[in-house]
Design a protein. Structure first.
Lengths: 163, 178
């Protein structure tokens, strides 16, 4: 398994295609929390696949002030079809050209297969990685680790109240 | 290895002996074909272990891909509130390929449950909180798809899925006795 970036590391910046004609940057989430879910490929043939599961966890992620981004090496058109088929309500980013560059910068690229690891990162409002986990590629890691990590962060509202 | 975080409560639907050595908790979705396929295996396991095993079923509807899964779970809860949870549970799985809200109402009628009350329970969302509680608890316990089984609190992870559940139960029984 790859040596993915650990807690306490600055999350590498990126700009990736989110639809065939639009891009999305990590910088756009400044001041907010982001869950990055790298995964090998769209269209895994099971009904409880990881992205489909996370689609049902979005309200819980948002309760903790976190947005979810899915990232794989699939092209933007492929993501579009996959998101439509599974009625996904979050962005899928295309780490397509240069292939796997963003996954590589997070230590989450598998050179032999040419796909991203099943790697999870929770990035805080200061763009620091506060939790990361790499799952065996065939095992859907579920959402418990992400939810635990988000729960441990101080509530985003608290700091504003003090000021 | 993820572990079950929500302990068994009297609100759970359970078969078998309360004091059984091994408790199996299944998180399932009534519209998931893998759950329907696991049903006969679960029934064989129940027949094999009988009262020595406690089986609990909790809801994990993936509503975005299975639009009737949540109403089906609520209908099972409605039947459960009138003492017929497992009868409805079996009826729903048996009818899976044809599942729809009108069909759920007629399944209620077949079980001699009042269809108007069944329809009202769905319309007013009476059992939505219970189903959501099951779902959230499942997420926190590491349910990563359906069906997911926990054997004495430990998630059953196997590439062969439900096919190896019986031997996992057997192992748990040996471990509990020693």
């Amino acid at each position: 398994m790859a040596d993915i970036l650990k807690k306490g590391t600055q999350a590498p910046a990126f700009t990736l295609r989110v639809t065939p004609d639009q891009t999305l940057s990590l910088d756009e989430f400044a001041g907010r929390r982001v869950v990055l879910a790298f995964y090998p490929a769209d269209w895994s043939p099971v009904c409880g696949d990881q992205m489909s599961l996370y689609n049902h966890v979005l309200p819980e992620f948002r309760k903790y002030g976190a947005e979810l981004l899915g990232i794989s090496v699939d092209g933007a058109w492929c993501h579009q079809a996959y998101a439509r088929e599974n009625k996904l309500h979050f962005a899928l980013l295309s780490d397509f050209e240069p292939k796997g560059a963003v996954a590589t910068s997070y230590g989450a690229y598998r050179d032999t297969e040419g796909v991203a690891e099943r790697a999870l990162f929770v990035v805080d409002e200061n763009r620091m990685i506060v939790w990361s986990y790499c799952s065996p590629i065939a095992v859907n890691p579920g959402a418990d680790g992400i939810l635990d990590a988000l729960e441990e962060l101080p509530s985003l509202g608290e700091e504003k109240c003090r000021g | 290895m993820p572990r079950l975080r929500d302990p068994l409560t009297p609100d759970d639907h359970a078969l078998g002996d309360d004091n059984a050595l091994v408790a199996v908790v299944e998180y399932g979705d009534y519209q998931c074909p893998h759950c329907a396929a696991a049903q006969p295996v679960v029934e064989q396991i129940l027949a094999r272990f009988g009262g020595r095993l406690r089986l609990v079923y909790r809801h994990f509807p993936l509503a975005e891909v299975h639009p009737v899964a949540a109403p089906a779970a609520e209908m099972a809860e409605f039947a459960g509130s009138r003492g017929l949870f497992w009868q409805m549970h079996q009826s729903i799985f048996a009818a899976q390929p044809r599942l729809s809200v009108p069909l759920l109402i007629s399944l209620a009628a077949h079980l001699k449950l009042p269809p108007v009350a069944a329809r009202d329970a769905l319309a007013s969302g009476t059992f939505v909180p219970k189903v959501q509680r099951d779902f959230s608890g499942g997420l926190r316990s590491g349910v990563n798809g359906t069906p997911t089984f926990f054997v004495n609190g430990e998630r059953h992870d196997s590439p062969h899925g439900v096919a190896t559940l019986s031997s996992a139960i057997h192992q748990a029984m040996l471990a509990a006795r020693s």
